[in-house]
Design a protein around this ligand. Structure first.
Ligand code: SF4
Length: 334
């Protein structure tokens, strides 16, 4: 007989691992979705699926989220969490994609490792309900670890899966999950699911500096740039990124747009600085002074800096005094 199919959102964390285990034990074939975006999904899993799931009982599918993720990140309907993490909208987007895959594969339901009350923004009961409604997964989104605390899904009502075998875990403590892992012989799982840069304070400040108003449009390269260098914001819409080593200099240069400005000292070793926005004469001076400050010539009174639009071959060399610590502190982003 053909196995029933369930679609799982798989993060690699303990809750997610246990949810997969519970559903696999109910004799479902699992299609597990692992999401990647410019700000999460780069981490290697410490535990392989084959370490706890039966061979031939699952397949892993990677879902890349780019443009649509960036669009959501710029104006999330349900807002941001403590940092720049739009968790509710992010989960809705993931669930929408899972719904599509459920339909294509005639799956019985979508499941996640979410636990009622574990996270303040996206795992309150009302938030779980919003994710179901907004993703179009009404009554088709199962949370095996907390199912008995939630209204039954269609699969439970119809006996496709036995509700009695599902759990009633809630809250922030991981005690019950750890006990369950031990009981099921699962070891070597990661201590926290983590890994999303949007929950990082410093990365969030950098992101805010490029989302300075609702008209600011960002691309994939802008997000990649937030991961490298020192960031300075001169005023809304004008910022620069200074490389901290050769690798970062090359990365910064490769991620710059043709219309961005590149700064470099001419008479000694120094960083590459990439500047973005509609620069005015004062901005050129300040950015050149920051570039000089991080060069080997920072002790000099006058340092020559070349500025050049990235997409042009001709540059312009001019002298500046290296920026003071006070100035750097004033415009440093994180
Ligand atoms: S922590 Fe990051 S990946 Fe997880 S739901 Fe929130 S925004 Fe999405």
């Amino acid at each position: 007989m053909k196995k029933k199919i369930a679609i799982g959102l798989y993060s690699g964390g303990l809750d997610s691992i246990l949810a997969c285990k519970l559903i696999a034990e109910e004799d479902f074939y699992l299609i597990l979705l692992q999401y990647k975006s410019p700000v999460f999904g780069g981490r290697e899993d410490s535990l392989q699926l084959s370490d706890f799931l039966p061979s031939g009982g699952f397949r892993l599918q990677t879902i890349e989220m780019r443009e649509e993720f960036i669009a959501m990140l710029q104006s999330p309907k349900f807002g941001y969490g403590k940092n720049m993490n739009p968790c509710l909208d992010c989960k809705i987007l993931m669930a929408q994609k899972a719904r599509q895959i459920m339909i294509e594969n005639r799956g019985s339901f979508v499941f996640t490792g979410e636990v009622v009350g574990q996270r303040p923004m996206s795992q309150r009961k009302d938030a779980l309900r919003i994710i179901e409604r907004e993703s179009g997964l009404d009554k088709h989104l199962l949370r095996p670890l907390s199912a008995q605390l939630l209204p039954p899904t269609l699969a439970e009502e119809r006996g496709v899966i036995n509700r009695e075998k599902l759990l009633n875990i809630s809250g922030r403590s991981r005690k019950r999950q750890k006990e369950l892992a031990e009981k099921k012989g699962i070891t070597g799982y990661p201590n926290s699911s983590g890994g999303c840069l949007l929950t990082d304070k410093s990365f969030s400040l950098r992101l805010k500096s490029i989302l300075y108003n609702e008209k600011a449009r960002i691309g994939l390269e802008d997000l990649q740039l937030l991961k490298v260098g020192r960031h300075f914001s001169l005023r809304p819409g004008v910022k620069c990124i200074v490389g901290r080593n050769q690798t970062e200099n090359e990365k910064i240069l490769s991620l710059g747009r043709e219309s961005d400005w590149v700064f470099k000292v001419t008479d000694g070793p120094g960083p590459i600085t990439l500047a973005k926005g509609s620069l005015q004469e004062d901005d050129f001076q300040w950015i050149a002074s920051i570039t000089a400050r991080y060069s080997d010539l920072k002790g000099e009174d006058r340092v020559f800096v070349k500025r050049q639009m990235k997409g042009k071959t001709i540059g312009f060399v001019f002298p500046v005094r290296p920026a003071t610590e006070e100035f750097l502190e004033k415009c440093k982003v994180s």
